[in-house]
Design a protein around this ligand. Structure first.
Ligand code: NAI
Length: 739
C-alpha cells in the first residue's frame, strides 16, 4: 500500500483545466504517468468569449516536464467532442474530472433567465453531456472514475448564488445515481466541494486567504478518488486548505402522527414539531431502500396502532436513550415462550416449503397416517421465531433499536433430537452478543427450545439493524456460528424445485405474518415489484433438498444448518440448490434458477452421517472428529512412503485438535526418525512444531480452503516451536484433499 499512486496507461479528461483547480489536476495526473486531455473554452468568468491559449499553456507546461497531454478548446456543452479528443489522441478514456465552471452571482430577485440558464448549461448540463459521452466507453472497459465538482454554496446555500447553488446540488444527485448504475462496471463516481483561491473566488475572498488556499491542496483527494485502488463511490467530500472531510445525511427518528382511520392534520404536525426535528437519536440512512423501509414500517405500525403518538414505542437506532451502550443488552433474556402444535402445523409447514404429493417420498411429511410420519427438521425455526416475534426483542430493557430497520441476516439451527410431530415446546431466548459492523449492528439471538426437560433444538438468529452501528463495539464474536464457503469445484449434486405463485401465502401460515410477503402495496413500498418469499422458506427448500439427496429423507440424520440470506426470491421462481459433500458436511448454495442470483450463500448442512459418504466400518458419528480420518490415512501413507517423506520434510509435527473450544485429540507425525511414524495421544518425544487448531479448521487446511499462514494470522492456528516448518505442511497434506 505504500507504493506511489501511478496512473500510467490511464487517460484522463479534465474539463476547465486551463486555470485554477483544473490546471492543478491536469499537472498532477500527468506527473504521475497519465495521458491528459486539457479542456478549456478559455472564456471569461461569466461564460463569455473563448480562446485556446489557456488550454495550450497547460499542455505546454505538462510537455515541458516530459508528460503527455493534448488540448481541447470546446465547451463542455459539446461533450462528445471532448471525449473524441481523448479517443483520437490516446485511444481511450478512463477518468473524467467535471470541473469547468463559471459564476453569474445575483440576488435571487435579480436573477435573469440568462443567469440561470448559463450556469445550468455549463455546470449541470455540461457535466451531464461530457459524462454521457464517456459512459459507454467506461462501461465497455469495465473501469471508470468520474468526479463531479459541487460547492459549499450548494450544500449550505450562499447569498447571491441561487442559480449556482441549484446547479451544484444537481450534480450531487446525478453522482449518487451514477454511483449506483456504475457499480457493476467498476465505474465510481464521487463529488467534491472544494475551496481554493482562483479567479472564481478572487471576488469573494480576501487576497491573503486566496493565496493560502492553494489548488494543490485539493488535487490529492481527486487523484486518490480516481485511482484504481480506491473503492469509494457515491460519496461527497469537502476539501480545502489541506483538510478533507466526508459528508452524509442524517435524519431524525421523526414520529408518526397519523392514526388509523383518522384524518392527518396540520395541528398534529405542529404538536409534534419538536420531536420531528429532534436530532438527538438521529440515524444516517444511506440508500433509498433504507428510506423506503421506514415508510413500510410506518404503514404497518399505523395499521396495528403501534408507535403512534403520544407514546411511540420505538426510538430510532444508533443512539441509546437511557445512556446504556447496546452492549448492555448482551446476556439479556426474552420472556419465555410456549408454542403448542399438532400434526396440522407440521404438514402446513411442509407444504409451505414446497413439499407436494406429486413426490411419493414427500408423503411421510404430508400425511399424519403415514407409518413414518415426520416433522421436517427446519420446522425447528418456527417455535424459536415465535419467541422472538411475540415475546419481542423490544421488551429488552435498555435495548433501544428501531426494529423497523431489522433485516434477517443469517440463521443457524441445530437439532438434538428429531422434532416430535406434535407437542408443547418452551423456547428461551437471550442476546448472545451485539456486534458493531459500522453500517449497522448485528444482534446474535440464541434460542433454546425444550420439550419438557429435553433440549430439542438451538437456533441462532443474526439480525442486522441498519444504521445502528458505530457504538464502539467489536466486529466479530466467538459466539457467532459462521458461514462457510463451498469448495472450489463444480457442485456434486444440484436439485431444482419450483416455488408456486402462492408459496409465500402458504408459508406465512406457519407464523410469519409480515405483510411484505403478501401485500403488493407493502412490497412496493419496500422497493419490490411483488411480495417476496420468506428467507426462511428458501431455507426450508434448501434443507429438504439436502435431506433427500444425502439422508434419504431420514430426519434423524439431520444435525444442523447454517445459511446467509443474500437476495430475495419471488414466489413462482425456481430454487436451485447446489450441494458439495465434504464428509458429513454438505455445503450448499441456493440460486434463483431463472436469474442465476444467489439467494442463500455460505450455507451448509451437517448430517449425523451421510447416506453415501461413510464407510460402514468407520461411521463419523456425532462428536467424532473429521480429522481422525485424515490422520489415519496419513498413517497408512507413511507406511508406504515414509522414507521419502522423512527425506523431504525431516521434522516432527504435533497437532492438538480442538472441538467446541476444548482439546479433543492429539496426533504426532514423526518424519525425522527412521521411515516415519504416526502417534495418537500424548507423545514422549519432542516435536519441532506443535499446532493447535479446531477440527473444522484442520479440515479446511487439508482441503486447501484455508491457507495455514492465513489461519495463523487469523488466530485460528496456534503454533509453538519452529513456525517456519508450518510451510512444509502443504507437502504433507496436499495429497489428502481428495479424502
Ligand atoms: P476557474 O475559473 O479558475 O476554472 C474554471 C475553468 O473552467 C476556467 O478555466 C474556464 O475557462 C473553464 N470553463 C468555463 N466554462 C467552460 C465551458 N463551457 N467549457 C469548458 N471550459 C469552461 O475556477 P476554479 O475555482 O478552478 O473552479 C473549478 C471548479 O470548482 C468550478 O466548477 C467551480 O464552480 C468549482 N468550485 C470552486 C471553488 C473554489 O473555491 N475555487 C469553490 C466551489 C466550487
Amino acid at each position: 500500500m505504500s507504493a506511489p499512486l501511478r496512473f500510467d496507461g490511464k487517460v484522463v479528461l479534465v474539463t476547465g483545466a486551463g486555470g485554477g483547480l483544473g490546471r492543478e489536476y491536469a499537472l498532477a495526473f500527468a506527473e504521475r504517468g497519465a495521458c491528459v486531455v486539457v479542456n478549456d473554452l478559455g472564456g471569461d468568468i461569466k461564460g463569455g468569449g473563448k480562446s485556446s491559449s489557456a488550454a495550450d499553456k497547460v499542455v505546454e507546461e505538462i510537455k515541458a516536464k516530459g508528460g503527455k497531454a493534448v488540448a481541447n478548446y470546446d465547451s463542455v456543452e459539446d461533450g462528445e467532442k471532448l471525449v473524441q479528443t481523448a479517443l483520437d489522441a490516446f485511444g481511450r478514456i478512463d477518468i473524467l474530472i467535471n470541473n469547468a465552471g463559471i459564476l453569474r452571482d445575483r440576488t435571487f430577485g435579480r436573477t435573469s433567465d440568462l443567469d440561470w440558464d448559463l450556469i445550468h448549461r455549463v455546470h449541470l448540463r455540461g457535466s451531464f453531456l461530457v459524462t454521457r459521452a464517456a459512459w459507454n466507453h467506461m462501461k465497455n472497459q469495465k473501469f471508470g472514475r468520474i468526479i463531479m465538482t459541487s460547492s459549499a454554496a450548494g450544500i449550505y446555500g450562499n447569498f447571491g448564488q441561487g442559480n449556482y447553488s441549484a446547479a451544484k446540488m444537481g450534480l450531487v444527485g446525478l453522482a449518487n445515481t451514477l454511483a449506483i448504475e456504475g457499480r457493476k462496471y467498476s465505474i465510481h463516481c464521487n463529488t467534491i466541494a472544494p475551496t481554493a483561491g482562483s479567479r472564481l473566488t478572487q471576488t469573494v475572498m480576501p487576497p491573503d486567504l486566496l493565496e493560502s488556499l492553494k489548488a494543490e491542496y485539493v488535487a490529492p483527494l481527486v487523484l486518490w478518488l480516481c485511482h484504481e485502488q480506491c473503492q469509494e463511490t457515491g460519496s461527497l467530500f469537502e476539501v480545502g486548505a489541506g483538510w478533507i472531510g466526508k459528508l452524509r445525511w442524517e435524519r431524525t427518528p421523526g414520529c408518526i402522527i397519523r392514526r388509523r382511520n383518522q384524518a392527518m392534520t396540520p395541528e398534529a404536525v405542529r404538536q409534534s414539531w419538536d420531536r420531528i426535528c429532534d436530532f438527538s437519536s438521529a440515524t444516517k440512512p444511506a440508500t433509498i431502500q433504507e428510506s423506503l423501509s421506514t415508510l413500510v414500517e410506518v404503514l404497518s405500525k399505523v395499521d396495528t396502532e403501534e408507535g403512534v403518538v403520544p407514546n411511540p414505542t420505538s426510538a430510532m437506532a444508533s443512539a441509546v436513550s437511557d445512556g446504556n451502550s447496546p452492549l448492555a443488552a448482551v446476556g439479556q433474556k426474552l420472556p419465555e415462550m410456549v408454542f403448542s402444535y399438532s400434526h396440522t402445523q407440521c404438514i402446513l409447514y411442509a407444504l409451505g416449503v414446497g413439499m407436494s404429493t406429486r413426490e411419493p417420498d414427500h408423503l411421510k411429511f404430508l400425511y399424519e397416517g403415514h407409518e413414518d410420519f415426520s416433522c421436517l427438521p427446519t420446522f425447528g425455526v418456527i417455535p424459536a421465531q415465535a419467541s422472538m416475534m411475540e415475546g419481542g426483542l423490544g421488551s429488552i430493557p435498555g435495548f433501544n433499536f428501531d426494529l423497523s430497520r431489522l433485516l434477517h441476516g443469517e440463521q443457524y439451527l441445530e437439532l438434538y433430537k428429531p422434532l416430535p410431530t406434535s407437542g408443547k415446546l418452551v423456547s428461551q431466548a437471550a442476546i448472545a452478543d451485539v456486534l458493531d459492523k459500522g453500517s449497522g449492528a448485528v444482534i446474535l439471538l440464541d434460542v433454546h427450545t425444550y420439550s419438557g426437560k429435553d433440549l430439542l433444538c438451538y437456533n441462532q438468529f443474526s439480525l442486522f439493524i441498519v444504521g445502528a452501528g458505530g457504538f464502539g463495539g467489536k466486529r466479530t464474536s466467538d459466539k457467532a456460528k459462521s458461514t462457510m464457503s463451498p469448495p472450489d469445484r463444480a457442485p456434486d449434486a444440484v436439485m431444482t424445485d419450483e416455488t408456486t405463485r402462492d408459496q409465500a401465502a402458504l408459508y406465512r401460515l406457519s407464523g410469519d405474518w409480515n405483510p411484505l410477503h403478501i401485500d403488493p402495496s407493502f412490497a412496493a413500498m419496500g422497493g419490490f415489484k411483488t411480495p417476496i418469499l420468506h428467507g426462511l422458506c428458501s431455507f426450508g427448500f434448501a434443507a429438504r433438498h439436502v435431506l433427500k439427496q444425502y439422508a434419504n429423507n431420514d430426519v434423524s440424520k439431520f444435525k444442523a444448518i447454517k445459511v446467509r440470506f443474500v437476495k430475495p426470491v419471488l414466489p413462482g421462481q425456481s430454487l436451485q440448490t447446489e450441494m458439495w459433500k465434504e464428509g458429513i458436511r454438505i455445503h450448499i448454495q441456493c440460486k434463483v434458477k431463472e436469474t442465476g442470483a444467489v439467494v442463500l450463500s455460505g450455507a451448509y448442512v451437517d448430517l449425523h452421517c451421510a447416506e453415501d459418504s461413510v464407510s460402514p466400518e468407520k461411521p463419523a458419528e456425532a462428536g467424532g472428529l473429521q480429522s481422525d480420518l485424515v490422520f489415519e490415512e496419513i498413517g497408512r501413507r507413511i507406511q508406504t512412503l515414509g522414507a521419502e517423506l522423512v527425506k523431504k520434510v525431516n521434522a516432527i509435527f504435533a497437532w492438538e485438535i480442538t472441538k467446541g473450544g476444548s482439546a479433543a485429540a492429539q496426533w504426532t507425525i514423526d518424519l525425522k526418525t527412521g521411515t516415519g511414524s504416526l502417534h495418537k495421544g500424548p507423545y514422549s518425544g519432542k516435536a519441532d512444531v506443535t499446532m493447535t487448531l479446531s477440527d473444522e479448521d484442520f479440515m479446511d487446511v487439508v482441503l486447501g480452503k484455508l491457507n495455514p499462514q492465513k489461519a495463523f494470522f487469523a488466530g485460528k492456528l496456534k503454533v509453538r516451536g519452529n513456525i517456519m516448518l508450518s510451510q512444509k505442511l502443504e507437502t504433507i497434506l496436499k495429497d489428502y484433499a481428495k479424502l
